[in-house]
Design a protein around this ligand. Structure first.
Ligand code: GDP
Length: 311
């Protein structure tokens, strides 16, 4: 991840470091190199334009600093602007004042939602919370079983609709005419059960499709409206490249997510999704998923990611 971008930028800055003064043409050629590095890394065109525009403006107007040579100053500006497009500050999960905190996951099928549900549960459990998973993905025949396996690995209970229970306890409320096949009902029942049983975080896994689809989005929007989550996390596969922007904007319109999870950051993605999504949607990246195991989760820190790119 980011290897090629990182190499590209490092080579660009190497040329600058020794210079005593930077002419406008030095800056222009540096900006050109940065632009190419970003485009090559699959960063969305509007983000590239905005980023290079800001770096150029700041580099041209840079104050003479006693501590930094002009080349170092440009590196500092690029570092700060990278942090800015990655969302600026680290954003913690918003926890409900009155538990349970409800976290809904949304994203395309295969993006890594279900795996992430387990990782997040384990992460929160390790921090002293009592999370429960809710399987509101009734689209794929295997999804419920998959979430149960994920929950077991994470050491947390799972509300599985067709079983009607949380983690092998008593039956969930099944009064009324709703069937187990209704994901909105399942999500609501899961949150209800968590309240009764005093779990303090509910993580609701929802259905995905291979491409953005109206019905899927409506279903996710209906779930959102019914359970009023404290966070809606949009899980996106970092490998999807330029398609990231279109997908992210569709999910933002559909479910108005509050944060982003970048999954498969352990892969050889060029990094464009990571560098574009926060900037285009204005929503912070909150976690990264870096493998298939339950432990493979990291809180996302924009400053550390920027350093990783520039080191
Ligand atoms: P969902 O359809 O969105 O629920 O996606 P899944 O959680 O089922 O994940 C789809 C595939 O991606 C599975 O084979 C996972 O093991 C794999 N996967 C999920 N997250 C990661 C990750 O961070 N890194 C890697 N390498 N694979 C992942």
């Amino acid at each position: 991840m980011f290897n090629s971008l990182s190499d590209h930028l490092t080579a660009t800055f190497k040329n600058l470091r020794g210079k005593g003064r930077l002419s406008e043409s030095d800056i222009n050629s540096t900006i050109r190199d940065i632009r190419l590095a970003l485009i090559d890394a699959d960063v969305a065109t509007p983000v590239v334009r905005e980023f290079t525009g800001r770096v150029r403006e700041r580099a041209l107007g840079a104050e003479v600093s006693a501590a930094l040579n002009p080349g170092q100053q440009v590196v500092k500006i690029v570092n700060e602007e990278l942090i800015a497009i990655l969302g600026g500050q680290t954003r913690e999960l918003a926890m409900a004042k009155r538990p349970p905190t409800v976290i809904m996951l949304a994203g395309l099928q295969g993006s890594g939602k279900t795996t992430f549900a387990g990782k997040l549960a384990r992460h929160l459990r390790d921090k002293g919370h009592f999370p429960v998973l809710v399987a509101a993905d009734l689209q794929r025949p295997n999804a419920v079983t998959q979430l149960e396996v994920v929950a077991e690995r994470a050491g947390v209970p799972c509300f599985a609709p067709e079983r009607g229970n949380i983690g092998g306890h008593d039956s969930a409320t099944t009064e009324g005419t709703q069937s187990y096949g209704d994901p909105v009902w399942v999500a609501q029942a899961g949150v209800g059960q968590a309240k009764v049983r005093q779990y303090d975080v509910v993580i609701v896994d929802t259905a995905g499709r291979l491409a953005v689809d109206e019905n899927l989005m409506q279903q996710a929007a209906d779930i959102r409206a019914a359970i009023e989550p404290d966070e809606v996390l949009f899980v996106i596969d970092a490998m999807i490249g330029q398609a990231a922007i279109e997908t992210a904007l569709a999910f933002q319109k559909g479910v108005d997510f509050t944060g982003v999870v970048l999954s498969k950051l352990d892969g050889d993605a060029r990094g464009g999704a990571a560098l574009s999504v926060a900037s285009v949607t204005g929503r912070p990246i909150m976690f990264s998923s870096i493998g298939e195991q339950t432990k493979d989760i990291e809180v996302f820190h924009p400053d550390r990611m920027a350093s990783r790119i520039l080191d």
